[in-house]
Design a protein around this ligand. Structure first.
Ligand code: IMP
Length: 376
């Protein structure tokens, strides 16, 4: 195998040789042949374009029972890849009603694509659907759906070659390559805490600029999904309109998807998430799956009296009705304390909790934050 290669802006290093892939595919084909050898019907091989093109060809050369070839082109919705939004740029090239279908997929990651595809085939009347994937990332796979045939399991890493691409490049490499990132290049994950009026918005902007971070606010993310009219957005919209909370797994899916799809930054600044211990645990699990961890909480603290003072002042300037009423403000302060205090304990135990004195001018508070973040 060649040494390192470059595709677009990234380097990749050798991972699985062509010979090793061929051996795995030999074994896989033996199992499929054994299962279908005596069948009376003619099943459909369904090639999931573009990624599974090489794998489908390799399997077809080895499978020795009668079958027909059908294709479909799928792509995960950019930015919400792990939420189950799967686009179908090219539909099924032949009907599947009443037929047994073996899906040939290049790789199963979260499983969103394959599960959506299987459901779609069954809804179109397929009699039976089996899943045959060349590769599986078991650490990432979240679904209960059984995968009938798996060629090889790999760790959670981004790979190219043997049909798999990075932004359409790399599909024609016979060997498989893995993204080569320096081991010490970890992303930073900061979580911003602070009561209303602590100046979170202003300080978040300053942190994002100075440390090249991507700001994740769950409210803004949901509004983006709703505005884009995605499946997730529509679901969120109806829940919000009905006065219900958006379920944790939806918010967590959105955040994980941001971590995976946003590039060119040195880290993330989370604002408004996590709000509960369950969410904090889910965040830890997401980061751990990706070999990462929370860098630090940045908790901007001001006394309750000052919260009321600052918010009332803001109300006078901006005319925000929700800021004008002292009893409403007190309610928000109570909610803040009730929600945040358990999280403070959680992160103190984890050793990642850091408090910033929020009393002072914007610049003074900012410099205290920079003094803390510079250490990481
Ligand atoms: P899932 O829906 O998360 O299971 O993702 C499946 C699809 O994501 C695959 O069909 C590929 O197109 C793409 N994918 C997942 N992991 C990789 C990878 O490591 N390299 C290239 N494409 C990948």
């Amino acid at each position: 195998m060649d040494n390192k290669i470059k595709l677009h802006d990234k380097f990749f290093k050798p991972f699985i040789s062509y010979a090793e892939m061929e051996e795995a595919i030999d074994r896989l084909a033996d199992r499929v042949n054994a299962d279908f050898r005596d069948s009376d019907d003619v099943p459909i091989f369904l090639c999931v374009l573009n990624g599974a093109i090489m794998f489908t060809a390799a399997m077809m050369k080895r499978l020795n029972f009668k079958a027909e070839l059908v294709s479909i082109k799928l792509s995960s919705y950019q930015g919400t890849a792990s939420t189950g939004t799967v686009l179908i740029p090219i539909g099924l090239t032949a009907p599947v009603e009443g037929r047994r279908v073996i899906i040939f997929e290049d790789i199963v990651d979260t499983g969103n694509t394959i599960v959506a595809l299987k459901e779609m085939l069954l809804s179109k009347g397929a009699r039976e659907v089996r899943i045959c994937t060349m590769l599986l990332k078991p650490d990432v796979y979240k679904k209960d759906e059984r995968l009938d045939y798996v060629g090889k399991e790999i760790p959670n890493a981004f790979i190219v070659g043997y049909g798999l691409d990075y932004d359409e490049l790399g599909r024609n490499l016979p060997d498989i390559y893995v993204l080569d990132e320096p081991k010490d290049k970890h992303m930073k994950y900061y979580i911003l805490f602070g009561p209303p009026g602590a100046g979170k918005g202003t300080q978040a902007t300053a942190m994002v600029e100075k440390y090249n971070l991507h700001h994740i606010s769950t409210g803004a993310l949901l509004r983006k999904e709703i505005a884009a009219g995605t499946e997730l957005g529509l679901k969120a919209k109806s829940l919000i309109e009905a006065g219900s909370l958006v379920p944790d797994e939806v918010v967590e899916g959105m955040i994980e998807s941001e971590f995976k799809t946003v590039t060119g930054v040195d880290g993330f600044l989370l604002d408004g998430f996590p709000r509960t211990i369950a969410q904090a645990e889910a965040l830890d699990a997401i980061l751990e799956r990706n070999g990462e961890k929370v860098t630090s909480i940045v908790s901007i603290m001001i006394p309750d009296g000052m919260i009321i003072e600052r918010i009332s002042k803001r109300a006078a300037i901006e005319g925000r009705a929700d800021d004008a009423d002292v009893s409403v403000i007190k309610n928000r302060i109570d909610t803040y304390h009730n929600q945040t205090e358990p999280l403070i304990d959680y992160y103190k135990k984890a050793g990642t909790y850091n408090e910033i004195d929020g009393v002072g001018t914007i610049e003074e508070v900012r410099d205290r934050i920079f003094g803390l973040v510079d250490k990481f």
